[in-house]
Design a protein around this ligand. Structure first.
Ligand code: FAD
Length: 430
């Protein structure tokens, strides 16, 4: 056991998972010196699938920034990097030792969004003297125990029905009880092609220069297996300030054309990898940004100017209020057997070029190459190119899931699986 660990006692130990970086959570309203927050880089999170190196760096960098922000507010925080957690087999072992060492009476956690972690935290085997409490992560618009009111287990649910209910309930883009502009959905206006003149207008994506050299060294020191292009200067937003900057940039530069070119693809431009997409998914999924805050920023931009068409703002709201909340409901209502569904009995192996992009099929080479380079592809590339290829080729959905879960910076099972196994592979039967 590491001799350097402090033995200070605390009444409560609170665990913050890597995708629970929500500074506005009620936990942090008051500073209490009797509460210890633990944030840990864990080996078990690195090998359940093989991850893109930028995904690992983004989570570790964001976790460290979050710990620093909490400490700055006066909270007691213990950040455990891989050097400190290597002696533990898993999260359970680590929590047992830390609860014991700090003689805590209460262990608290925010309910995880992944089934795997929920199972683990639900069965920690801590001594009876330690009371275990779970609370909401205060991130989504729908609470976990409401999901079954909106989505039925094992049934063919429709996103559009779900989306309309949420529009009404949260009074978003509504005109009384009618949708603003008269239509619920402007999907038909979201399918423009990029013509030659449009290419000149594509904005340069906003990126950041987060130094992750130390994280890369640590990964190599611990022989962590990863793939994809490593960047010493990570371009993804890893704290609230950067995430807010990216949101503002999206609203200013991308939102006006988001709707028109939402479904477009091109390879004839250096910024074709991001087009008018927000690239906010990592900040959202790590809970650095709240979905309501993102929706409100887009609505404000729409209302204060006349260059954002309703079809753009509605298209954007639909992705977050609609699809994002919907796939989470599909996941939780149908797990754990959702993860085993294979309606089309697909069983071929995933081709090796998914790992190196080395194929003569041009569209696949572009989409795979960009995914390996940026740990990112926009929705249409994920669905229509790589996803459609796997569907047509009959690739085993377990292997398709594992690849999608590893490659994208925003990939967390609750959102990855219904999109991959469900929407793109039809393995859930629709
Ligand atoms: P934008 O196009 O700017 O959209 C704005 C936001 O809407 C996104 O940040 C995201 O939070 C939300 N959103 C959009 N579409 C969806 C959707 N279908 N489901 C849930 N939320 C959505 N998204 C993930 O966050 N993680 C994943 O692991 C993931 N895996 C996917 C796998 C497949 C096969 C497919 C087809 C889609 C997947 N998506 C996933 C959904 C979508 O492709 C990404 O959310 C999006 O590309 C992220 O880029 P962006 O932030 O620029 O999105």
């Amino acid at each position: 056991m590491a001799a350097s660990r402090s033995n200070k006692t605390y009444a409560r130990l609170r665990l913050v998972l890597g995708d629970q970086l929500n500074l506005d959570h009620g936990w942090f309203d008051e500073v209490d010196s009797d509460v210890l927050y633990v944030i840990a880089e864990l080996g078990q999170e690195l090998d359940y699938v093989k991850h893109h190196v930028q995904k690992i760096c983004a989570f570790f960098a964001a976790m460290r920034r979050f710990a620093d922000a909490l400490a700055k507010q006066g909270h007691e925080v213990e950040y455990l990097d891989l050097d400190k957690t290597k002696e533990f087999n898993n999260l359970k072992d680590l929590l047992k030792v830390y609860c014991d060492q700090h003689a805590v009476d209460v262990f608290e956690y925010q309910r995880p969004d992944e089934y795997r972690l929920a199972e683990q935290l639900g069965d920690l085997g801590l001594p009876k003297s330690v009371e275990v409490r779970a609370c909401d992560s205060e991130h989504f618009l729908l609470a976990r125990d409401e999901l079954e009111d909106y989505v039925e287990r094992g049934k063919h649910n429709r996103m559009e029905t779900f989306y309309r209910k949420l529009r009404k309930r949260f009074d978003i883009l509504m005109d009384g009880d009618k949708p603003e502009g008269g239509e619920w959905n402007y999907d038909a206006e979201n399918r423009h092609k990029l013509k030659a003149d449009d290419l000149k207008e594509i904005p340069k994506p906003m990126t950041f220069d987060n130094d992750v050299g130390e994280i890369l060294e640590r990964l190599d020191r611990h022989d962590v297996e990863y793939f994809g292009e490593a960047r010493e200067k990570l371009p993804w937003p890893v704290d609230r300030s950067q995430a807010r900057q990216l949101l503002a940039y999206f609203c200013r530069r991308c939102l006006p054309n988001f709707g028109r070119f939402q479904d477009a693809m091109t390879c004839r431009h250096e910024h074709a990898w991001s087009l008018y997409h927000s690239r906010l998914s990592f900040a959202l999924n790590a809970k650095i940004l709240h979905p309501r805050e993102v929706i409100d920023a887009a609505l404000e931009r729409y209302r204060e100017s006349d260059d954002v068409p309703l079809s753009s703002v509605e298209g954007f709201v639909r992705q977050i209020l609609g699809w994002r909340e919907y796939v989470r409901a599909v996941y939780w209502v149908n797990m754990p057997d959702y993860a085993r569904r294979n309606r089309l009995r697909a069983k071929r192996d995933l081709p090796r070029y998914f790992w190196d992009g080395d194929t003569k099929m041009n569209c696949m080479r572009q989409a795979l190459g960009q995914s390996l380079e940026h740990a990112y592809a926009h929705h249409i590339q994920r669905l229509m190119i790589t996803g459609n290829f796997c569907l047509l080729a009959g690739i085993d959905p377990n292997q398709v899931d594992a690849w999608y879960l590893g490659v994208y910076v925003d990939a967390i099972e609750w959102v990855e699986m219904p999109n991959t196994r469900g929407m793109s592979q039809f393995a859930d039967g629709g």
